[in-house]
Write a protein that binds this ligand. Structure first.
Ligand SMILES: N[C@@H]1[C@@H](O)[C@H](O)[C@@H](COP(=O)(O)O)O[C@@H]1O
Length: 273
């Protein structure tokens, strides 16, 4: 696993967006061999999406041969409009290449099963981008979720319901209690996993995730078992890490920069883990 530490949210967003841009361009996707990208919603990826839109506008990136799968959906249509508002409507993605779980589906179990099947039909996800909750959950895989879970209907933890009330006029009674979500196993099946962690409120989760063992109470810790995982965090998120851990990952980054070049953000993803 690689941990890249940047000063603040903006610098994290820039780094992660440049990384995704370079990974897509290096992959050189075609209609026959599209780049399959897993995407989250929430405040964490907004800055990344802003930068990806900028790259598209500058001609540095195209989404023509990119296929996307979103991680989760907690309210029929809400993640759909979020994604179009922040990313899809500003770039050249083909609408048929966008996949978002449908919380309005008649048979939700079937909807989840089909979502997994579609991912497989595209050859699996190349890169899954994710954020985390302050309790270390990824997508809606709340503490205690099976680390081999697949896409399913999930009951939400009270803390998540509380956190999500900001999207529902701060009225907790309006927040859905259930959501459709990919499983931890679904995310870990991606050939690459890239996680954004920012803010002091997520510092305990980052520490649990990388300094302690794999644990279903902090579901993002499953990335320790992933052959190719990247976390990009800000300084605030490192507050609960040992100084030694921070120094270690910073020193590794220096070595990688010497080897590959600090500007070749995407190529750094090819170093051995
Ligand atoms: N299901 C979503 C997650 O996918 C997201 O990572 C998390 C953090 O959201 P934010 O990025 O706004 O902190 O919120 C929700 O629980």
């Amino acid at each position: 696993m690689r941990l890249v530490i940047r000063q603040d949210y903006d610098a994290v967003s820039e780094h992660m967006a440049a990384y995704i841009r370079d990974r897509i361009n290096e992959f050189n996707p075609t209609p026959e061999k599209p780049f399959v990208l897993g995407l989250p919603t929430g405040s964490s990826p907004v800055g990344v999406y802003k930068n990806l839109v900028k790259y598209y506008q500058n001609g540095e990136l195209s989404f023509k041969n990119v296929v996307t799968f979103n991680m989760d959906e907690d309210h029929p249509e809400s993640y759909h409009s979020f994604m179009w508002h922040h990313l899809f409507k500003h770039v050249d993605i083909l609408p048929q290449n966008v996949h978002i779980l449908n919380g309005n589906a008649e048979n939700l179990d079937d909807e989840c099963k089909k979502f997994e099947e579609k991912m497989k039909a595209f050859g699996g996800v190349e890169l899954f981008l994710g954020g985390i909750g302050p309790d270390g959950h990824i997508a809606f895989n709340e503490p205690g979720s099976s680390l081999s879970s697949r896409t399913r209907v999930k009951t939400l933890a009270y803390d998540t319901i509380l956190a999500n009330s900001r999207f529902f006029d701060n009225d907790i009674s309006k927040v859905p209690r259930m959501a459709l979500t990919v499983g931890v196993g679904t995310v870990m099946d991606a050939r690459e996993v890239a996680i954004i962690i920012t803010g002091a409120h997520k510092a305990p989760a980052l520490a649990k995730c990388i300094e302690e063992g794999v644990n279903h109470m902090w579901t993002v810790s499953a990335i320790q078992l992933h052959p190719k995982a990247l976390i990009v965090c800000d300084e605030d998120a490192t507050l609960e890490l040992h100084v030694k851990t921070v120094k270690y990952f910073k020193s590794i980054e220096h070595v990688v920069n010497d080897l590959i070049g600090a500007e070749n953000v995407g190529l750094q993803g090819n170093v051995l883990y």
